[in-house]
Design a protein around this ligand. Structure first.
Ligand code: CAP
Ligand code: MG
Ligand code: MG
Length: 459
């Protein structure tokens, strides 16, 4: 036990100078939660496993403090003076403190960050998103509806021209958005630059034929930042502004890759693919943090969009409760976690404009409609994984928002009539939901949707 890290009942931690965190925590048999929490607070801020003799009065003022514990539920609340974090708005730095060494300590058996609160003063240090779904919709010339997309399948193995042909088919069917899958890179059978050029040609062709603009999200994740930037610049030189997004595998490439792209290309939609997050976010995982926490950090880092799961509708793990919570953290001005409420604004709570904006948001308004400008912009939830046209309405009912991008890979490219019909079926399924017409009824005179219902219904 390191007593200097325990201040149960300290209310000073709510003064805006602290990042607040709640951990699910368990130590060795017989060790109290207060004891293990004090060790976690020490290791994740100023200390070590032993009380050190080299502290100064100032360094001690930077101690994280345990301000509350719940022995029965195994929960510990820890406050971190936010001045300990890199003043350069650095997510990897926060995570190195909060969920760094502590996850590897021998005496810690469970350590999962369940919720985190950023004080308003701290928010201004972080980029937040710049290019949002509203910008993308403007480019696509579509109204307030989800952006409808696909991932080209097979995941890997097509040549660049085969790949581009499927992009064309999906766009021709009415889809808005196509993304590279998360392992797409520079494979010998699908050279990167040729893939980009072929996509551009497919896009030009479909735009000439339909008069509609389209978007493609290119995976630029690479071995090193120079290559990542080279790929990004190449895309920039080939594609029209607005017609492309940059996809970064944010977990396997790391937060520094995400923030690098955010800072180099503020006017491009930054697509955070989270492949690998399951190792530390899944409910079964004793160490790590949760999907809502991951989403909060992604917004802070400035991702324009991040995958937030399908709320139990698709193939990936994730409950509707936590996925909807993540959606709210991504989109709202005021979002509620399990333990903290977060205001995504630099303005303190006694600001009357802010209070009014929050009230309006609670009544269903979007702050981007209100024109509220002092907020950290929103991150777009990207809804993917095992979806097909018959599941979209179900997700929409759970999500309570149309502010998202959805991508269906298997659920489009398995359509018995092909990819173009798959795209049409996605659109038709959205129209049915929008018009509040039951899917079966809407499908009566729409072959693509009818076939989709029959096909996916049997799956
Ligand atoms: C979806 C997907 C995404 C997952 C990742 C895939 O394809 O492209 O990578 O959505 O999960 O390869 O599985 P399908 P999440 O539509 O064919 O399932 O979005 O939860 O991060
Ligand atoms: Mg160390
Ligand atoms: Mg994928």
């Amino acid at each position: 036990m390191q007593k200097q890290y325990i201040q149960i009942g300290n209310t000073n931690v709510f003064n805006g100078q602290y990042l607040l965190a709640v951990f699910k925590l368990k130590g060795n048999e017989g060790v109290t939660i207060e004891d293990v929490a004090s060790e976690v607070a020490a290791e994740s801020s100023t200390g070590s496993n032993l009380k050190i003799a080299t502290s100064t009065p100032f360094s001690e003022s930077m101690n994280a403090v345990v301000y509350r514990v719940d022995e029965t539920q195994g929960l510990a609340w820890i406050a971190y003076p936010w001045r300990i974090f890199d003043s350069g708005g650095n997510i990897q730095n926060i995570l190195t403190f909060l969920v760094g060494n502590v996850l590897g300590m021998g005496e810690v058996k469970i350590c999962k960050l369940l919720d985190v609160y950023f004080p308003p003063q701290m928010l201004v240090k972080y980029d937040g998103p710049n290019y949002t779904i509203d910008d993308m919709r403007k480019y696509l010339n579509i109204g307030k509806r989800p952006v409808l997309g696909t991932i080209i399948k097979p995941k890997i193995g097509l040549t660049s021209s085969e790949y581009a042909e499927l992009c064309y088919d999906f766009w021709l069917g009415g889809g808005d958005f196509v993304k590279n899958d998360e392992p797409q890179a520079d494979q010998d059978f699908c050279p990167y630059e040729k893939m980009v050029v072929d996509v551009r040609h497919a896009m030009d062709k479909v735009e000439q034929e339909t008069g509609k603009t389209k978007v493609h999200s290119f995976n630029i994740s690479s071995a090193d930042f120079d290559t990542m930037i080279k790929r990004a610049d190449y895309i920039k030189s080939v594609m029209k502004p607005g017609s492309y997004a940059f996809l970064v595998d944010g977990i396997t490439s790391g937060w520094t890759a995400v923030q690098t792209i955010r800072r180099h290309y503020p006017d491009v939609f930054l697509h955070f693919h989270r492949a690998g997050h399951g190792a530390f976010t899944r409910e079964e995982a004793p160490f790590g943090f949760t999907v809502p926490v991951l989403t909060k950090f992604a917004r802070l880092a400035g991702a324009s969009g991040i995958h937030t799961g399908t709320a139990g509708v698709g193939k990936m793990a994730g409950s509707s409760k936590e996925d909807v919570m993540a959606i709210n953290h991504a989109l709202k001005l005021f979002s509620k976690g399990d333990f903290f409420s977060q205001i995504w604004s630099e303005v303190p709570q006694n600001d009357s404009d802010l209070v009014e904006a929050i009230q309006k948001e609670a009544q269903g308004h979007d702050y981007s409609d209100i024109g509220y400008w002092r907020i950290m912009k929103k991150t777009t939830p990207i809804i993917s994984g095992g979806l097909n046209p018959t599941l979209l309405g179900k997700f929409l009912d759970i999500a309570g928002t149309v502010d998202f991008i959805t991508t269906m890979g298997g659920g489009v490219h398995s359509h018995p009539m092909g990819t173009k019909a798959g795209a049409k079926a996605v659109l038709q399924s959205y129209e049915a939901w929008e018009k509040k017409i039951p899917l079966d009824e809407y499908a009566k005179d729409k072959e693509e949707l009818r076939v989709a219902i029959e096909f996916y219904g049997k799956k």
